[in-house]
Design a protein around this ligand. Structure first.
Ligand SMILES: Nc1ncnc2c1ncn2[C@@H]1O[C@H](COP(=O)(O)OP(=O)(O)OP(=O)(O)O)[C@@H](O)[C@H]1O
Length: 666
């Protein structure tokens, strides 16, 4: 696989040399080929295969026997088909095919471009044929099975000469019990190899595994988890199936990797031995709010975010309840703020923002698409929510999708959903997409400029026809949505460059709102106070000293409101309970640097990443409690002061006792 980094020509030359050394001289050309390929060649030699053989591989199964094998693997097939269809959509017309094989390398099903499929037929790369290594030599399906790991076998890396025109990338599929049950593969002509194909196959095999796990444990309690809250729901999330009495029944591979444990250390153990919390606590929380995310410690310095999933009836939790589990989302702050968030409350007095609010108010209830432009962190999503909350759709759903935050090949299913049942004719499963979820309400597409071109065409059709057809389905579903889009790119320039469709641009651009960057706003004081009020929540209100406020007002805020919000959170976290005044000493040094304002360039902050907003290194704040933020700030100051408590306290502008309290040592 390392060969993917050199040119195809160089790779070809290297391979020819390696083959000569290996086949003609019996050498081990370890420095010329991938170690995995070399191991496989050696296995093939031991099997007694000859590289020049043309008719090895045994007979393909007849239709009836193949059907029996498909029946035997019906669970694998049912969960793989929608993913294979999605995968094929990504590579259609590139001279390729998508293949599913069972754990012995028997090809169960394939879908591909007609011209390539007929070439593949000639080497028996088709349903009913086995691609086990000992029959067909080194090949992605067989080698993946032998190694239990993803593999890319390019051109003459195939052991048998007559397979040298192929390039194949495969990834294993493991069942819920951790055993290998199949292989997903993309095969194409050697000349058409794309570097990202292996990544695509790996991601897709993960999706199949996820679906298998969910379907096999549909009656159990499913706990999903990840060390990063934004990875919950992604193909890489950890999943544990748990019995009502708290015994872990199964755990997926991603979960074991995240936890850093072996399967035997988790399965049949009590939930609380795997996670440092009780199942009862998680269930209690989910009963009150099915979307609740619990933040639990796991081992040294680690935290996991947990969410309960599945249709399983939640058993009444036994024993103690854990009301004190911190909830990551929606945070107390969010909960307190959301109902009040309207265009009126957003208006803190800036003239440009006021004009934007006035213009958008005129189209309230008229379902005219709105395009919101502005730097990262300038409040585009908040504006979209406020617009939704101010109009007649306020009781409908507000559904947001960030097109830049999910892999390109998942955007389509995220948006349009997929119809699993359509493939088997049996159970109706699948998932509704965001468009359908937003029916009766508002869909907010963030970073629309990052949407791939072919999906732009589909989105345009949705807007014109007001209906969607989920992947794998032929039935159109009527949808009634109001669409808001946002981007930090200049879409008109993207249109000129050809990366954004002109027709879609005009369709989305019913009304274009540009939000001012924070540094351009005339209401920084009012906004800072508002953020502080929201942040203070239940604690006593806080105010700013004049010097602190002046520093806030003068700073350039490259990360915009997101950065200011974080700075204010840290400042409040540093206050003692009976303190109510934020002073200069609670603010980061950057705010007092010599000439900050004009020199800051436009936005580079990664959404959600406070640290990208400047050199001021903020801890990751999403979901963190004020106590935790205060503790982290105190620890950093102590570290910077070389462990000198007095110096650290001075630097933070707090007393030694307060510093000790922040550190949790009093
Ligand atoms: N008026 C406001 N009141 C309170 N909080 C706000 C306000 N505007 C923005 N914020 C906060 O600032 C942060 C950034 O806002 P938002 O996500 O809306 O920005 P954005 O422009 O959509 O950013 P990006 O382009 O990076 O996605 C969020 O945490 C949001 O809660």
């Amino acid at each position: 696989m390392g060969q993917a980094l050199i040119s195809a020509e160089q790779h070809g030359r290297q391979l020819a040399k390696a083959r000569q050394l290996f086949f003609d001289r019996g050498d081990r050309p370890a420095e010329l080929i991938d170690p995995m390929v070399l191991r496989s060649w050696e296995r093939c030699r031991r099997f007694g295969l000859s590289e020049a053989e043309g008719h090895v591989g045994g007979e393909s199964l007849d239709r009836a026997t193949l059907h029996t094998e498909q029946e035997r693997n019906h669970l694998l097939l049912r969960q793989s088909r929608p993913i294979m269809e999605q995968l094929y959509e990504q590579i259609r017309e590139s001279g390729s095919m998508v293949i599913l094989a069972d754990q012995n390398g028997l090809i169960l099903e394939s879908v591909g471009d007609a011209d390539f499929v007929s070439r593949a037929d000639r080497v028996a790369l088709m349903a009913g044929a086995s691609w086990d290594e000992n029959l067909r030599g080194t090949n992605a399906i067989g080698t993946t099975i032998a190694e239990e790991a993803p593999s890319a076998i390019l051109g003459s890396e195939h052991f048998l000469e007559h397979n040298g025109f192929l390039t194949c990338c495969a990834s294993p599929i493991f069942g819920a019990d951790g055993r290998l049950i199949g292989v997903l593969d993309i095969s194409s002509d050697y000349r058409n190899h794309q570097r990202h194909t292996l990544g695509l196959v790996r991601l897709s095999s993960q999706l199949v595994e996820k679906r298998l796990f969910e379907s096999q444990h549909a009656r159990d309690i499913l706990v999903c988890f990840h060390s990063r809250v934004d990875y919950l729901g992604s193909p890489g999330e950890g999943m544990a199936a748990v019995s009502p009495d708290g015994q872990v029944l199964a755990i997926n591979r991603a979960g074991l990797q995240l936890l850093g444990i072996r399967r035997v250390d988790a399965v049949r153990r009590d939930f609380s031995l795997v996670f440092e919390t009780t199942l009862a606590g998680v269930i209690d929380r989910a009963r009150r709010d099915p979307q609740a995310i619990c933040e639990v410690p796991a081992g040294r310095d680690r935290t996991f975010f947990l969410r309960l999933r599945g249709q399983a009836p939640l058993p009444r939790a036994l024993g103690r309840t854990y009301d004190d589990l911190p909830t990551a989302a929606p945070s107390r702050r969010e909960a307190a703020r959301t109902p009040a968030l309207t265009l009126d409350t957003l208006n803190t007095g800036d003239a440009q923002l006021q004009a934007a609010i006035d213009r958008s108010r005129r189209v309230l209830g008229r379902d005219i698409p709105i395009l919101i432009q502005g730097e990262s962190g300038a409040g585009k999503e908040i504006f979209a929510k406020a617009f939704h909350n101010s109009g007649p759709r306020r009781d409908g759903p507000f559904v947001a999708l960030n097109c830049a935050a999910i892999p390109e090949n998942l955007i389509e299913s995220e948006l349009f959903g997929y119809q699993g049942g359509a493939f088997t004719g049996a159970r109706k499963e699948g998932a509704p997409g965001k468009i359908q979820q937003a029916h009766g309400g508002t869909l907010f597409l963030d970073e629309i400029g990052d949407m791939p071109l072919h999906l732009q065409a589909r989105l345009l059709r949705v807007l014109q026809e007001r209906s969607i057809t989920p992947l794998g389905s032929t039935k159109a579903i009527q949808v009634d949505i109001s669409l808001l889009c946002a981007t930090h790119r200049r879409l008109r320039e993207e249109v000129a460059r050809g990366s954004f469709r002109e027709d879609l641009y005009y369709r989305l651009n019913g009304l274009c709102i540009t939000l001012p960057a924070l540094r351009e706003r005339g209401d920084i004081r009012q906004l800072a106070q508002r953020l502080a009020d929201l942040e203070a929540g239940q604690r006593a209100p806080v105010a700013f000293s004049e010097r602190a406020m002046t520093a806030i007002e003068r700073y350039a805020w490259p990360g915009n409101i997101r950065q200011m919000n974080n700075v204010i959170r840290v400042a409040i976290a540093l206050l003692d309970e009976n303190e109510a005044l934020i002073t200069e000493s609670h603010l980061p040094e950057e705010l007092f640097d010599a000439a900050p304002a004009a020199t800051h360039a436009a936005p580079v902050a990664v959404p959600g990443d406070a640290t990208a907003a400047g050199s001021y290194a903020l801890p990751p704040l999403a979901g963190a409690s004020l106590d935790e933020i205060g503790r982290q700030a105190a620890l950093r100051a102590l570290d910077a002061a070389g462990g000198n408590v007095s110096a650290a306290a001075r630097q933070l502008g707090i007393s030694r006792n307060t510093l000790y309290r922040k550190l949790g040592r009093l």
